[in-house]
Design a protein. Structure first.
Length: 646
């Protein structure tokens, strides 16, 4: 298609909005023209900064992105640790447009690579994937495009690398492999939280293409894992770049698990209409929770390995396309989506490690808007996780990781500070705000005299011969008549029922405070509590005990995260109207183009457009996330909505 024909199309489009959408959705020649023009632009805009703006619509790089890109262009092997939602993909996408040959991306989940390619195709980026889900005709067409040099970025699974078809492709005559990118690179390390043997094959590919620069990306890698990645990939003096692990837009919240379903239901009802993911420990728990949510009128779907491929794929597509608000899933779903507008992540059960927890909560707030991570915690759930330690190659390591996760949930220290300390990052508590975590939102708690309840707790530990964990000891103090307590005769102890004046949650918090301050010691494997020498001295001397805890209230203070919502100028009816109409148009356009709404425009882009109210395409290009392709495809509709409401 030549320039004259394209101008004729645009002229016709401006007369009929509906016709424009049909052309965008179904006219193959229009898309071909866009790709050809896009390729020309890429050659003209060879600097990373120009490509960032013209293709993706961003004014500046996020931390480390520019450094990683420069390393790739300089041929420097690089290990980059950047948080989920930190923009890792931009680094290899932009560099692939500048490098002469092909960039391959090794990605662990087929569903994720499909989602990423679909998003890139919407801006006419020359990207593709090859995997077993494609029919032969589609596979062959993609294969031939790659051979012809029409594809710059190719996604592959680690399993497909050693197949004959891929080997033949990569060794084609006059074929140049410029960059090998390994996404979720922690999977190559046995010290990582999600080790995958298939990733070990990548080193063989590196040996076959020694001139190709290697980029290893991950969101969760300690120094041990980073060193192991370099060894496994046979990198020589790689650049190791570590970004901040801080995701300030995610509110970190932990609640004592009481009635987990009611707690989840209450949370969802305060976040009505928002997208969320709920993680459960097992398939059975996923299905049970999913069915309960449906029975309570909540639009939700389930996702786990027990579903057939077709059902699992359909459920994921429905969630990505906003046909349902909530996905209830096991860990397998964790890395399978690129959805930017997930507003909350709930863990019904404690994860096995902080790495796993950090990666999963990273699915929330990828667009930079406020989000919440809620963890429901009960120490009694720990045994469920330990049951599967027998399948672990290193039981000691598994227990160590779990203990650190438990400490995160139990300690009354800023959760963000704990999380960042785990990844060896110092967090300035002066930056704390009410939106940091549930601990910080409570404000400063002064020391209070808790001598009497503390003495009751310490005495209870000693009278039960230091053989039990926190929950059981609290049951004795609150006068539980459980079968175990009756059978063991603990209902006849002098400490049985002497703590009925306080809630179980308050006793649990007091117990954790006594552990933190050194009055009690918790044995790691079975969580048995012992009174320390210091605790015994304080008990015997009847000295006053002061702790930072408020036991004056009968019930635990309910922490409610500031509702994320969407930040627009609510005092301006005009802005709010534009925002609502843009979202309505986006939903309709997404349905017609069979794309997820966030691929058309992110919430952050819509907010910026509604606030700026651009009048021309040039002004529209100044808005967040609006590149030249999106401005040309959707500019007429966006500007019309603004004009009609101003």
């Amino acid at each position: 298609m030549n320039e004259v024909n394209y101008n004729q199309i645009l002229s016709q489009v401006q007369k009929n909005a509906r016709q424009m959408q049909v052309l965008i959705c179904s006219t193959q020649s229009y898309n071909t023209f866009c790709r050809q023009r896009n390729t020309k632009r890429m050659k003209e805009n060879k600097t990373p900064e120009k490509l960032l703006k013209s293709i993706f619509g961003y004014d500046s790089f996020r931390p480390l992105q520019r450094e990683v890109i420069q390393n790739i262009l300089d041929g420097q092997d690089t290990i980059a640790v950047m948080p989920t939602g930190g923009g890792k993909s931009i680094t290899y996408e932009i560099s692939s447009l500048i490098l002469e040959g092909l960039t391959i991306v090794i990605s662990p989940l087929i569903s994720l690579m499909q989602d990423q390619v679909r998003q890139l195709e919407n801006i006419n980026f020359p990207a593709a994937f090859l995997n077993s889900t494609q029919d032969w005709q589609t596979y062959l067409e993609t294969y031939n495009k790659i051979k012809a040099g029409k594809i710059k970025l190719l996604y592959l699974s680690p399993e497909s690398l050693s197949t004959k078809k891929i080997q033949n492709l990569l060794h084609e005559e006059n074929f140049t492999l410029s960059c090998i990118t390994i996404d979720e690179a922690h999977c190559i390390s046995e010290w990582g939280h999600d080790f995958r043997p298939d990733y070990l094959e990548i080193a063989c590919i590196r040996e076959q293409f020694p001139k190709a620069v290697c980029l290893a990306l991950t969101a969760t890698a300690t120094s041990t894992v980073r060193n192991d990645i370099a060894i496994q990939l046979k990198m020589e003096n790689p650049a190791i770049l570590v970004s901040s692990f801080n995701r300030p837009n995610i509110f970190l919240q932990v609640e004592h698990k009481k009635n987990s379903f009611q707690q989840i239901l209450d949370f969802i009802q305060t976040h009505s209409g928002e997208s969320g993911i709920i993680y459960c420990f097992s398939r059975k728990q996923v299905d049970t929770l999913y069915e309960k949510l449906l029975a309570n009128g909540i639009k939700a779907l389930n996702y786990h390995a027990g579903l057939d491929d077709e059902t699992r794929s359909k459920n994921q597509d429905d969630f990505i396309n906003d046909k349902v608000d909530i996905m209830v899933a096991t860990l397998a779903f964790g890395m399978g989506i690129n959805k930017s507008d997930v507003r909350y992540v709930i863990h019904q059960d404690i994860p096995k490690s902080i790495e796993q927890y950090y990666q999963e909560i990273g699915r929330a707030g990828r667009d930079g808007l406020n989000a919440t991570a809620l963890l429901l915690y009960s120490s009694s759930d720990i045994n469920k996780i330990r049951y599967f330690f027998t399948e672990s190659n290193d039981r000691v390591k598994a227990e160590s990781l779990l203990q650190k996760m438990m400490n995160y949930a139990e300690k009354r220290v800023c959760r963000r500070k704990q999380l960042l300390m785990y990844f060896n990052e110092v967090y300035d508590e002066k930056q704390n705000s009410d939106y940091c975590c549930d601990i910080c939102s409570r404000g400063v708690i002064e020391e209070n005299d808790v001598t009497v309840p503390a003495q009751k707790f310490l005495s209870n530990v000693l009278r039960t011969n230091e053989r039990y964990g926190l929950n059981y000891l609290v049951d004795i103090l609150t006068g539980s008549k459980s079968s175990k307590i009756i059978e063991r005769g603990h209902n006849k102890l002098s400490t049985w029922g002497i703590g009925k004046d306080l809630s179980k949650e308050t006793w649990e918090e007091l117990g954790n405070c006594l552990i933190e301050e050194g009055y009690l010691y918790k044995e790691s494997e079975y969580n048995v509590l012992y009174v320390t020498d210091y605790g015994r001295r304080m008990l015997q001397s009847r000295s006053n005990i002061y702790l930072r805890i408020d036991i004056s209230k009968q019930k635990e203070k309910k922490t409610i995260a500031p509702k994320p919502g969407i930040k627009i100028n609510l005092n301006n009816p005009e802005t709010e109207k534009i925002f609502d109409e843009l979202r309505a148009w986006r939903k309709k356009a997404a349905e017609e183009m069979r794309l997820p709404p966030y691929i058309i425009l992110s919430d952050k882009s819509i907010i910026d457009i509604a606030n700026r109210k651009p009048k021309t395409n040039t002004e529209l290009l100044e808005c967040y996330g609006i590149g030249e392709n999106k401005a040309e495809k959707f500019g007429w509709f966006i500007l019309r909505i603004i004009k009609n409401n101003c």
